[in-house]
Design a protein around this ligand. Sequence first.
Ligand SMILES: NC(=O)c1ccc[n+]([C@@H]2O[C@H](COP(=O)([O-])OP(=O)(O)OC[C@H]3O[C@@H](n4cnc5c(N)ncnc54)[C@H](O)[C@@H]3O)[C@@H](O)[C@H]2O)c1
Length: 336
Amino acid sequence: MTTSTSPQGTGDTTAAGPGGGARTTKLAIVGAGAVGSTLAYAALMRGAARTVALLDVNRAKVDAEVLDLQHGIQFMPMARVEGSDDVAVCAGADVVVVTAGAKQKPGQTRLDLAEGTIGLMRRILPGLVEVAPDAVYVMVTNPVDIVTYAALTFSGLPPTQLFGSGTVLDSSRLRFLVAQHCGVAVQNVHAYIAGEHGDSEIPLWSSATIGGVPLLEWPGLGGRGPLTAEARGDIAREVVQSAYRIIEGKGATNYAVALAGTRIIEAVLADEHRILPVSTLLDGAYGLHDVCLSLPTLVDRRGAAERVEVPLADDELAGLRASAESLRAVARRFGL
Ligand SMILES: NC(=O)c1ccc[n+]([C@@H]2O[C@H](COP(=O)([O-])OP(=O)(O)OC[C@H]3O[C@@H](n4cnc5c(N)ncnc54)[C@H](O)[C@@H]3O)[C@@H](O)[C@H]2O)c1
């Protein structure tokens, strides 16, 4: 059974119905845990999709999350929420976001989660692709770069159609910290984290800008100085460590990842042509092959449509290669 509601009781709104109703957008979220349910909330609050479907093996949990979200629909942009432990709830989705899996425990790295998660992807991907063959798939489950690589293998989908949320979250952490240090609005900072969503990730300082000024030439403002090498190092370490600190304190990270995920979903559903550092399969960019990692990429209705060739400094290129090597080694360790 599927728990569902429609504000007007009109049934499925995802396809032209007998009355000729317009086709609307459907977002399916696999995993109704801390990340999946907060992602549903964020997507609903932003009106990202008309139908939001949650799938989780834990029936009691998914039913409870759906009910709670349904009770808030009056206060959100028009939407319908449904949920089930049956994959059929994802049928016809335009975007499928995968958050199912074990969460990191305090002290665990994302790579520690790899083995169980790869097995999970092997089990769930074929059924999802069967009911939602045309959806764009966004992998969020960690270790996201390995999971994305595995999911491409198990789903048979092209890399444009299936990619990982990658370092969209890490880049927003970076921008927040730079903005805080410089005393400017976070929206004035343009900077990306590339590589692994994890310990080997690298900030692309050489292409970063603040209010149109190259970050490395930022003179300082309002009595605050420039971003010295020491300050940049502290910020880069804080970006890597902050997830561990949040997990220590409350057991999961959920708000920022949900908003980062919603930004990706919006870029797809609204065909935004937005440049986001998502994790995609590399096919020769920067001399790297056969590994999924994050680089600034054009995201639109097709999915991860095209990679942007950002100029890299020598140390950034070396960092990216090291990140690719470490990810490739993990993938091989798990037989991928
Ligand atoms: N990529 C990122 O930026 C990012 C950020 C935060 C968390 N994460 C990852 O997201 C994942 C989820 O984290 P969480 O805190 O929500 O964990 P959680 O334990 O709260 O939720 C996971 C949910 O997945 C469900 N699940 C397990 N197997 C399933 C299956 N076969 N089908 C459907 N549902 C299934 C569980 O029942 C559970 O409700 C973790 O891997 C975490 O590391 C990624």
